[in-house]
Structure formats: C-alpha cells, structure tokens
Design a protein around this ligand. Sequence first.
Ligand SMILES: NC(=O)c1ccc[n+]([C@@H]2O[C@H](COP(=O)([O-])OP(=O)(O)OC[C@H]3O[C@@H](n4cnc5c(N)ncnc54)[C@H](OP(=O)(O)O)[C@@H]3O)[C@@H](O)[C@H]2O)c1
Length: 296
Amino acid sequence: MATNPVTADGRARILADGNHIPMLGLGVWQVPNGADCLNAVGWALELGYRHIDTAQAYGNEESVGRALRDSGLSRDAVHITTKFHPEHKDPTAEAEQSLERLGVDYVDLYLIHWPQGGPTWAWPGMERARELGYARSIGVSNFNVDELQALLTVATIPPAVDQLKLSPFEYRRALLEACQARNIAVEAYSPLGTGRHLSDKTVNVVAHRVGRTPAQVLLRWCVQHELIAITKSTHRERIEENAQIFDFSLSHEDMADLDASDRTDGTARALERPWWLRRRTGTRRTIFRRGRGLST
Ligand SMILES: NC(=O)c1ccc[n+]([C@@H]2O[C@H](COP(=O)([O-])OP(=O)(O)OC[C@H]3O[C@@H](n4cnc5c(N)ncnc54)[C@H](OP(=O)(O)O)[C@@H]3O)[C@@H](O)[C@H]2O)c1
C-alpha cells in the first residue's frame, strides 16, 4: 500500500508531489479579519507554528498575509493553505486574487473547499493554478471515496491532500484507508470538534492518564494516525498548549480507547450532512459573512 511518509522528527509529512507539510497547523475559520486574526496568526508564528490554514470563504486572507509579514519570517518558512470557494467559477482567477489578498507570490497548498457542483469540474483550473506557480500543491476538502475516484480518473495532477472532518468521534476509517491507498495525505479539520470534544469522558480519562490536556490528547491522536492536524484558537495560551504535542506519545491502549469513540461506524463518507446540499435544497440556511466565516 502506498504511504506518505512522515519526516524523521515527526513534525512534517511528505506529500506525493514531494512537498513537505507541517503536521500541525493553525486554522482561522470564524476568526474575523483584522485584530483577532492578526493576533492569532502572529502568536502562532511566534510560538513556533509554521502552517496556517485559511480559505477564500473565511474572508481573512489579508490578515493572514499581514501577520506573516509582521512576523519577520521568510515566506518559505511558513506553509500557507487557502481554499477555492466552489460557488465561484474559475479556480485560477480566484487563486490570483487570494495571492493579492495574502500579499504572497504563491500558496503552498490550494484546495477545492467542498465538491459543490460535482468533484471534477474545478480541477483543470486547480491544475492550471499549479502550473502557473500560484500553488505548490493542490488538493481537495470534504471529498468522499467516490468523489476522489471520479477526480483521479480525469486528473493530470492527482490531488495531494484531502482535508476532512476527523477526530476520534469522526474516525472515517474507510475513507482514510482509501486515501492511503491512493497516496493522498489527509488533514484533520475540527480535531477538537470545534471545542465540543474537549469535555468528553474518554478524552478526559486519557488526558488524566498521560498528564496532558484534552486538546493535546485529541491533537496527538491525529498525529499518531499520521493525520495533519488543523486546529483553531484565538487565545495565546491555548495556541501554545496546542503546540505541545510532539514531546509525548499515547499508548496502544490510549489510542484504542479513543478509536472506539467513533460515531461514524468507520464510514467512507466525508460528512454526515453536507452543508452545500442542505443549502441547495433549502432545508437549512447557510450564510457566508466576510470575516465571520461560514455559519450553518
Ligand atoms: N475544510 C473545511 O471545510 C473546514 C471546515 C471546518 C474547519 N476547517 C479548518 O479547521 C480548523 C479547525 O477547526 P475548528 O475551527 O472547527 O475547530 P477545533 O480546532 O476543532 O476547535 C476550536 C475550538 O476549540 C477551542 N479551543 C482550541 N484550543 C483549545 C484549548 N487548548 N482549550 C480549550 N479550548 C480550546 C477554540 O476556542 P478559542 O478560539 O476561543 O480559543 C475553538 O472554539 C478551522 O479553523 C479551519 O481552518 C476546515
């Protein structure tokens, strides 16, 4: 079975296209453009994060770029991901606009945010963005097995990454195995369940056993499954806490207890209720607000 190896220090993953991606990233969904985003990204970079995950839909690319410049770090020291908003038409043109807002010459990773309108139509524009040097790697997010397979059938450049909602409670084993078999690295978004999993009993039992916090246990679970963890906080002390996950390990028993928390029955689905389908059928309102992110 093909695998994407992790670097010797355990801190980065080598993608199928040869590029490296840090195993821990700060996400900025629901972080308003401006002071909040500047602070969160600035603290993260100061505290050693070298991976920031934004999106066109989050409305805060300007602040991510400004925080990067303010940090004094060189462009190539920090891995920046942004995502194509699939309600727009042209991934290449949208990438160019993202670069302008970010104030950079390239992003490290450019993802289709979700497979709205089908899994293949946007890919030629994503490949073009890579050919033009706007993105070093390209990939997808919220794609299930069938969608990945359809994409691989037409792709000239295969997707390097699928960014998915993953945690011990959303442990989509069939989808993870399908990604591994296709040499697609997986990023775990919402690894803390957007905060909800932090109070779970099993997580707290394991945290007590290993002398770490619930957030550190949930992030370490990702890393030990070779999942790139994308987590968000706007508090400096939490951003610092969440980075302390490379100096301890979870035992086989700890991992097994956490794995047993899965509520998806090992599904191959990317999401239980895709928001873009809900929006189309009008059963639930989904709103994008610039600087406020996506709310469902
Ligand atoms: N591709 C996609 O469709 C998609 C969808 C969702 C998310 N994502 C990405 O994944 C990132 C992370 O997901 P997420 O934002 O849902 O959240 P998450 O990382 O699962 O959880 C973040 C929440 O937990 C709190 N928190 C963080 N660290 C904590 C700690 N050490 N102790 C206590 N509370 C803590 C945060 O509060 P404070 O901020 O108040 O500290 C926030 O409310 C996003 O920012 C985004 O980049 C991608």
